[in-house]
Design a protein around this ligand. Sequence first.
Ligand code: ZN
Length: 339
Amino acid sequence: MFETTIAGSLPKPAWLAEPEKLWAAWRHEGAELDRAKKDAALVWLKEQEKAGIDIVSDGEQFRIHFVHGFLEKIEGIDWARKTKMGIRDNRYVVDVPTVTAPVRRRGSVHRDEAAFTRAYTDRRLKFTLPGPMTICDTIADAHYGRRADMAMAFAGVLNEEARELEAAGIDVIQFDEPAFNVFMNDVKEWGIAALHRAIEGLRCTTAVHICYGYGIEANIRWKEALGAEWRQYEEIFPALNASRIGQVSLECANSHVPMALLGLLKDKDVLLGAIDVASLAIETPEQVADVIRQATAYVDPGRILPCTNCGLAPLPRDVAIGKLQALGAGAALVRKAIG
Ligand code: ZN
């Protein structure tokens, strides 16, 4: 009971990329870069195991960013044709690449990374992919015409990739959909249908991570504008609960999401965010245990997997290690008391 896992990303060590930065450039090239990424993944596997994390990940050490790391290897995208786009409903304006032709995989995107990581741990292994809606909110469309159509095309591509990752020994495939609490109507109209297309035929555990974003400036300002109670999830949880996705990952540590909303996910495993990613303060195991105990009022304890609120990528490495250890120790406290 209370098996632990992480949302996905972990900081890049200073020898791999500039620390405490999203989109930090690599510090090596070619074979040397390949070696450096693998070394970084090994460090994080060991740190997760030592912290008592049950379902581990490569910490996204092989990619600069969770969306573009995937898109880089997809055909149909013109990277030179930049379009200015307000993403996450205009929370940030960025120059994004443009889809100009049908999207297709040139070959496997992450299989070698998954196989490498698999070879170095006996624990269950999770791999994260961007969700179709979030991809479509991070790239401009000059080909499909409707966002729902482009999402379905990407979902097909993601499904091919997910099947390969499963074959490489991945136990949990998680789709990251931070766009889910921004476009609530789209979630119900086509977002979940696109996820279903992405998981078609998979036998491994499937998860979706929905969240209010990394602890970066633009997100902190956006969160302040959402008011005292964040009820966005109330609109989408019933649809998610009725979906075929196995697990839902969301933030519950220092969150304004009312804990009672978890009651709307009664048929899902809940990856319960018990680690704040927007604060440098390292939680005590008791604080983590407290979030878990609160959740047990709404979710069957057998369905709770203590997790981080979101990725830990932008944090200093030592802070991230401290938070992993707090997560493992906090879950152990509750396990001892309840389990
Ligand atoms: Zn997140």
